[in-house]
Design a binder for this molecule. Structure first.
Ligand code: UGA
Length: 445
């Protein structure tokens, strides 16, 4: 056996969404034999041809590489994919129900499939973000389906901490690997699976299953808390003349706090924080604990969009007949994802109030137009700003920072910028003659 194949495992990944597909290419890159399964035939055919269904830096290259090495294949046939696998990852969606509770129907379906087609020594890994207690439900489903105890089938929790836009790097070189298992066999299998990362020094945290399940929700909620905390501080700074960037720097210089996730702005979006926060609140309530802090995080997040709208109104007076350019439509840079994007919430509100809204984003325009047909699109930032009465920076793509602000000012109907991500600074904008509304910093009005 060569070094390359030593320890290679036969892995199935059910669900080829963002997390599933990144898991496929990462595990194939680690040397395992991986089959990615999805019910969507067209998607599977395209993946097999090496066509990536969404924008994620580095994903295309790794997909090309692992496909050509024959380590990765895709299939619509879950039954045969599961049948000969040692490990099966559950990466299906857990979308929110109207109540905020996570909808786990797809997870249950995988559990039933596993009971039907999995080997008796299969390790089933929860990768999707699921409420604490889901592993118990999976075990129970398998037992009910098999009309017996789960036997040798082992359920393990291995939450994903990847971020969209840096997902490949986050998976190849994670800050830590978390594995929750209730038996030594589950932990041993996962150590073998991640042998390469562990050899490279990635810390491994081993817990029981419930702890791992809860830790994922706890981490995401805490990150969202940091963002809402700094956004609430921004409101206070705007009212008192303090500068939120400097306040965050001071706070962040304390190693107990840390500077990351203290950037005030338009608030968090994406498909993780908003839905995970709701699911966590629901989980706590179901367990008999009211957790109002989680509701407050969400309220402050929504307030961040209101605050930008107030600035646009303050700068422009009436919005009817005004042209507002939105720089950035994705929920953050480095992705084409517009789910729960604060930029789109803002666009809807501006349109409701009578403004003409033109948007530009390097990756997310098609999706945004589908969501908001009234949104006009422009081919770049300058084109979006042409004849606009106000530019709002919604997503901090690097290319906005590099724009020629003199040219921008010349092209606009009014030289006015509402900086929802503090991409520029008050001194710079003052010297260029802009009317400038930053976030949590001194406005030049
Ligand atoms: C987040 C977590 O960071 C990942 O660890 C986790 O694995 C993932 O959710 C998940 O549960 O799947 P992601 O949603 O891709 O990752 O994006 P982040 O980089 O965390 O940003 C989330 C939002 O917070 C963005 O809208 C971003 O603009 C906003 N944000 C972030 C701020 O407004 N301020 C900050 O200081 C940092």
């Amino acid at each position: 056996m060569s070094d390359e194949t030593r320890g290679a495992m036969r892995v199935g990944v059910i669900g080829t969404g963002h997390v599933g597909l990144v898991t496929c290419v990462t595990l194939a890159e680690f040397g395992h034999d991986v089959v990615g399964v999805d019910a969507d035939e067209e998607k599977v055919a395209r993946l097999q041809e090496g066509k990536v269904p969404f924008f994620e830096p580095g994903l295309q290259q790794l997909l090309d590489k692992t496909l050509s090495q024959g380590r990765l294949t895709f299939s619509t046939d879950a039954a045969s994919a599961i049948a000969d696998r040692e490990i099966v990852f559950i990466c299906v969606g857990t979308p929110p129900r109207a109540s905020g509770e996570a909808n786990l129907v797809a997870v249950e379906n995988v559990a039933r499939q596993v009971a039907k087609d999995g080997s008796s020594s299969l390790i089933v890994v929860e990768k999707s973000t699921v409420p604490t207690g889901t592993a118990d439900r999976i075990r129970r489903t398998i037992a009910l389906e098999m009309r017996a105890s789960v036997g040798g089938i082992e359920v393990v929790s291995n939450p994903e901490f990847l971020r969209e836009g840096t997902a490949i790097e986050d998976s190849l070189r994670p800050s830590r690997i978390l594995v929750g298992a209730d038996s030594p066999r589950g932990h041993a299998a996962m150590r073998r699976l991640y042998a390469r990362s562990l050899e490279e020094g990635t810390p491994l945290i081993e817990t029981n299953i419930k702890t791992a399940e809860l830790a994922k929700h706890a981490a995401n909620a805490f990150l969202a808390l940091k963002i809402s905390y700094v956004n609430a501080l921004a409101r206070v700074c705007e009212r008192t003349g303090a500068d939120v960037v400097a306040v965050a720097d001071v706070m962040g210089s304390d190693p107990r706090i840390g500077r990351a996730f203290l950037d005030a702005g338009l608030g968090y979006g994406g498909f993780c924080f908003p839905k995970d926060l709701d699911a966590f609140e629901h989980l706590a309530a179901q367990a008999g604990y009211d957790f109002p802090l989680l509701r407050e995080i969400r309220r402050i997040n929504e307030e961040a969009v209101d605050a930008v709208l107030v600035k646009v109104r303050e700068g422009l007076w009436n919005l009817e007949g005004k042209r507002v350019a939105l720089f950035g439509l994705a929920f953050k840079p480095g992705t084409d994802d517009i789910r729960f994007s604060p930029a789109l919430s803002l666009a809807r509100r501006l349109i409701e109030e009578g403004a003409t809204v033109v948007g530009y984003d390097p990756e997310a325009m098609a999706g945004a137009k589908e969501e908001i047909p009234e949104l006009e699109l422009a081919s770049d930032g300058y084109a979006a700003a042409a004849d606009a009465h106000c530019v709002v920076i919604c997503t901090e793509w690097a290319e906005f920072r590099d724009m020629d602000l003199n040219v921008l000012s010349e092209m606009m109907a009014y030289p006015m910028v509402v900086d929802g991500r503090n991409v520029f600074g008050p001194d710079e904008m003052r010297s260029l003659g802009f009317t400038y509304y930053p976030t949590g910093r001194q406005a030049i009005a």
